[in-house]
Design a protein around this ligand. Structure first.
Ligand code: FAD
Ligand code: PHB
Length: 391
């Protein structure tokens, strides 16, 4: 079997890449180790930059998104009894959209089902071979049988724990990493959101975030220690802790209810360079991870796919290799800016257990500066809504 582009991973990056390439007449096959049901239920991101919405729209998978999303023109920060609203629309000229990653996943899966894309679910032991040959190969097992697929290119869209990045020899890849000494405990519930906009809270007991999926479904996060056990967090304990961290009026108005989902995610900043090795290209979380504070992970994955699809289409249409050659550098320039912002937002809003009294005062001063400076707010807004893509 020979196909043009083999895609490892059917998360948002892999499925979106398959969608763009299929629309351009390029043959793809997607290999995914999980089941479709598992993917449809995975709760993750919720905030989309306008550039992400525009690209999903261009490739015909945004009809439901445009109907159901909530558009937010501002975002709030709460600290030391104060609340600051960052006017995203007024300061950066753009708003952001709230629409769950699980919904994007479903929309992409439905579009592929309609178009008959080859997606091989429950593919086990996926391995990559001959990455520097003209015809690399992908091997996998399914139902006890081993299969091999030859292709022109492989796109590694298999997330942080995938096999694609691991297939690159150690001596040609550099990694940059920061692991934070805390995690996010997330809870999803069918309750009305406490505010019509997101609230990022810096509290002495730790960070909290109030976000949402719709007008009747809320998502809340609490900073917890990196070693926390989810079994120790009853719904009651979660709501009680959240109330203690929220501004008083928000705590009073908080609607609580049974959780639909609860999970703990560690926080990490990570970049692997370069994003290309021979005929393998990495995209999305396979190549980089950001702490979720800046809401950039999914948006970066979509930006990578934009660059990669453009490069592969140029190659197949006119034999051009300049864009595939520039792929890594083009993506990394944007990735590092999003890394910097996500790291900065995390430093600004979280309580670091090892912070010295000096560092605590400096953090408080930075929040106070943000409160009083339109320039500082503009910097936050411009990054939060998403930096422009280079042409
Ligand atoms: P993934 O979604 O991880 O998909 C990779 C796929 O590859 C998976 O389906 C996996 O099963 C498959 N796979 C893995 N290994 C193999 C293998 N060996 N063989 C075959 N298949 C394999 N981002 C935002 O932009 N905004 C937000 O608001 C936001 N909030 C977040 C909140 C939390 C709590 C978390 C944890 C993340 C958040 N993110 C956010 C980040 C976002 O969810 C990720 O960046 C996004 O899922 C990346 O997509 P991806 O397709 O690159 O990787
Ligand atoms: C979410 O809605 O899940 C979300 C929103 C903003 C973030 C992180 C997560 O910064």
């Amino acid at each position: 079997m020979h196909i043009q582009v083999a895609i490892i991973g059917a998360g948002p990056a892999g499925l979106l890449l398959a969608r763009v390439l299929e629309l351009a007449g390029i043959e793809t096959a997607v290999l995914e180790r999980r089941t479709p049901d598992y993917l449809r239920q995975r709760i993750r991101a919720g905030l989309l930059e306008q550039g992400t919405v525009d690209f999903l729209s261009e490739v015909g998978v945004a009809a439901r998104l445009k109907r159901e999303r909530l558009i937010h023109q501002g975002v709030k920060l709460a600290f030391g009894g104060k609340r600051v609203r960052i006017d995203l629309e007024g300061l950066a000229g753009r708003a952001v959209s709230i629409y769950g990653q699980a919904e994007i996943q479903k929309d992409l899966m439905d579009a592929h089902a309609g178009a008959g894309t080859t997606i091989i679910y429950e593919a086990q032991d996926v391995s990559l071979h001959g990455l520097t040959d003209s015809t690399p190969r992908v091997r996998y097992r399914q139902n006890g049988l081993t299969h091999e697929m030859a292709c022109d290119f492989i796109a590694g869209c298999d997330g942080f724990h995938g096999v694609s990045r691991q297939a690159i020899p150690q001596e040609v890849i550099s990694t940059y990493e920061r692991v934070y000494p805390f995690a996010w405990l997330g809870l999803l519930s069918d309750t009305r959101p406490v505010n019509d906009e997101l609230i990022y809270v810096n509290h002495e007991r730790g960070f909290a975030l109030c976000t949402m999926r719709s007008r009747t479904r809320s998502r809340y996060y609490l900073q917890v220690s990196a070693h926390e056990d989810i079994e120790d967090w009853s719904d009651d304990r979660f709501w009680t802790e959240l109330k203690r961290r929220l501004p008083r009026d928000a705590a009073r108005g908080l609607e609580t209810g049974p959780s639909i989902e609860k999970s703990i995610a560690p926080l990490r900043s990570f970049v692997a360079e370069p994003l290309r090795y021979g005929r393998l290209f990495l995209a999305g979380d396979a190549a980089h991870i950001v702490p979720p504070t800046g809401a950039k992970g999914l948006n970066l994955a979509v930006a990578d796919v934009r660059y990669l699809s453009r490069a592969l289409i140029a190659y197949y249409r006119s034999g051009r290799t300049d864009l595939t050659d520039a792929y890594s550098e083009t993506c990394l320039a944007r990735v590092w800016k999003a890394q910097r912002f996500s790291w900065w937002m995390t430093n600004l809003t979280h309580r670091f257990p090892e912070a010295s009294p000096f560092e605590r005062r400096a953090q408080a001063a930075e929040l106070a500066y943000l409160e009083g400076s339109r320039a500082a707010q503009t910097v936050l807004a411009e990054n939060y809504v998403g930096l422009p893509l280079s042409e």
